[in-house]
Design a protein around this ligand. Structure first.
Ligand code: SF4
Ligand code: SF4
Ligand code: SF4
Ligand code: FES
Length: 591
């Protein structure tokens, strides 16, 4: 890569040609305020104008996020003209912004507040008419408040990059412009799959998860038995809420925090993941042996299920009937666990902590109810758990490491831990399918062919005693679409496909901690490219540390079948652990 010589604030530097001034300045240790710019142009370019600087060779001020460095360029960030222009840009944004920061859940992670502070923007510098506001809280997953939108376009670009379409777009013109689904509909009336990817990039509180924190206080007040269960990917991200490096596994401290928050029992959803493998593996083998519908597609990602119901209603027979792990575990808590403890299931309140916003919708599905009770009552994202811990005054980083409750659902295997990474469900299933078909353990425990931490399609063929099982893995709907269209056209060569709604799987779920470089001074410059790999490592290393690494060898799972469910896919297992899907009407297609 060729280099160019530049000067920033009078100091000479040699930087790569082709970089923007913003990128070059960052590499040289300067922070130029920026708001709309995001990873590799995932934004509506140069819309916020808070990155204005002076540069030789340019006429007037330039936006550092779009203007490229050139040989001999002298860049001035701190001139009165540049700093006043940046302040004016931010003050204009604030003039059309609902600044109720105290009630805003984005406070503490808000890039607008961060930049306002950097440039010294004054509140109320400009006053006047404000754009008409839309507040959409009609889904259980995502809320939109246009009074906080700065029109940066990151959400539009993210949805498009992840899924190959964008539910969101700019609506209206000039001062009346807002961002939302077509015709300013609610997410509820759009083909949004509620994955929450847009919420992870929004710099302000304009797109957020719908918070359920207050529902937990209510459950405690009502004297319910409040049981918490936590998904594998949460432990790889929660530490980021407390300033720990990305990908620091914090399982022990997280359990200690949950206990101090007052939860009566703390369980790992990994038990439910092992159960899912038993049910899903058996379903797959049944389909292979009995000429059932193939390829079978995994069903643990509710974002993917929403997509299937909207876009591939004709392929729903291919989707496994298994509930997702936390829904399975919720159903077991309100049946087997309740019976063992002598507790009326009506008095139990199950809270799931998930890396995912679509799980909030999933728990409300009418098909996820057993004996008139919801399997899961409340879903918190990783971010919400972080807020809950902070609100309670718990000093997370000083907590000792504690262990999960061990009764009834305390055992889990390495296979379950890797559910949080794209390819993980497939790998866990293969470990068990091999055993069921051959009666032996597969020597090669790790299936590196299906491993990864990014979107894109990976495939493998596994020879199991002469039965060749062709498998494929995709995450993000852009990749999934390729595999689904092959099935639709009758060209699919696969027996089993894993699909996850978010690119990279749950480690990059829409409810995980925000990866905002301006708040991560100790991370690498390329953290937006590497954070998924770091979180994935935290899960793969936990798998390696487990003594038992195949779901069928989990002793408490074996006990659950022996004492309660009978065998995988039994009548009772179907009643409690399986579900159904139905095609849904799309109100309007994204462009
Ligand atoms: S988005 Fe930021 S500036 Fe706006 S109200 Fe929330 S915290 Fe305050
Ligand atoms: S939740 Fe997902 S599908 Fe819906 S708008 Fe956001 S990124 Fe797009
Ligand atoms: S909703 Fe958020 S990400 Fe989308 S344009 Fe507005 S501020 Fe940007
Ligand atoms: S960051 Fe450059 S215009 Fe927004």
């Amino acid at each position: 890569m060729s280099k160019v010589n530049i000067k920033i604030e009078g100091i000479p530097y040699s930087v790569e040609a082709g970089l923007t001034i913003l990128e070059a300045a960052k590499q040289c240790g300067y922070e130029i305020p920026s708001l709309c710019a995001y990873n590799h142009g995932e934004c509506s370019r140069a819309s916020c104008r808070v990155c204005l600087v002076e540069a030789t060779g340019a006429r007037g001020l330039v936006t550092a996020c779009t203007y490229q460095v050139a040989e001999g360029m002298e860049i001035r960030i701190s001139t009165p003209k540049a700093s006043q222009a940046r302040r004016t840009s931010v003050e204009l944004l604030l003039s059309n912004h609902n600044q109720n920061c105290q009630q805003c859940d984005k406070n503490g992670h808000c890039e607008l507040l961060h930049v306002a502070q950097l440039v010294g923007a004054r509140e109320g510098a400009y006053t006047g008419e404000k754009t008409e506001v839309t507040i959409d809280r009609l889904t259980p997953s995502i809320m939109r408040d246009t009074s906080k939108c700065i029109l940066c376009g990151r959400c539009i670009a993210r949805c498009e990059k992840a899924h190959g379409f964008s539910v969101l777009g700019f609506i209206g013109r000039g001062f009346k412009t807002i961002v939302g689904p077509a015709e300013n509909r609610s997410f509820k009336d759009s083909p949004c799959i509620l994955c929450g990817q847009c919420t992870t990039v929004c710099p302000t509180g304009a797109l957020m998860e719908v918070s359920e924190i207050d529902r937990i206080d209510e459950a405690f007040k009502q004297g319910k038995h409040v049981i918490v269960q936590v998904a594998p990917a949460v432990r790889a991200s929660l530490g980021e809420e407390f300033g720990l490096p990305i990908g620091t596994p914090v399982t022990g401290k997280m359990i200690a925090a949950l206990r101090r928050l007052g939860f009566e029992r703390c369980y790992d959803v990994n038990f439910g993941a092992d159960l899912t493998i038993m049910e899903e593996g058996t379903e797959l083998l049944g389909r292979i042996k009995n000429g059932g519908v193939l390829p079978m597609i995994t069903s643990c990602s509710p974002g993917w299920i929403n997509y299937a119901e909207y876009y591939y209603g004709d392929l729903l027979d291919h989707v496994s009937s298994c509930k997702s792990p936390h829904q399975m575990q919720g159903a077991i808590i309100k049946s087997y666990w309740a019976k063992q403890k002598g507790i009326d299931p009506k008095d139990i309140f199950v809270v799931s902590v998930m890396p995912c916003t679509a799980k909030k919708f999933e728990k409300e599905r009418p098909q996820q109810v057993t004996n008139g009770l919801k399997d899961v009552d409340c879903v918190l994202t990783t971010r919400e758990l972080g807020r809950l811990i902070k609100r309670a005054g718990i000093i997370f980083n000083k907590l000792p490491d504690e262990d999960w409750d061990q009764d009834i659902m305390g055992d889990y295997t390495g296979a379950a831990v890797i559910f949080g990474v794209t390819g993980g469900v497939m790998e866990a299933a293969l470990r068990t399918v091999y055993h069921v078909l051959t009666g032996k353990e597969y020597e090669k425990i790790e299936f590196h062919e299906v491993r990864g931490h990014d979107a894109g399609i990976r495939e493998a063929s596994i020879d199991i005693n002469g039965t060749v099982v062709n498998v494929a893995v995709a995450s993000g709907m852009r990749s999934a679409k390729v595999l689904l269209d092959e099935i639709r056209e009758g060209k699919s060569k696969y027996h089993f496909i894993e699909i996850m709604g978010c690119p990279g799987g749950c480690i990059n779920g829409g409810g995980q901690s925000y990866v905002k470089p301006c708040f991560l001074p100790n991370e690498d410059d390329n953290i937006l490219d590497t954070f998924k790999e770091k979180r994935a490592k935290a899960l793969y290393s936990e798998d390696e540390r487990q003594v038992i690494r195949q779901s069928h060898n989990n002793p408490q799972i074996q006990e659950l079948y022996a004492k309660f469910l009978g065998e995988p896919n039994s009548h009772l297992a179907h009643e409690l652990l399986h579900t159904s899907y139905a095609p849904r009407v799309r109100f309007n297609d994204p462009e």
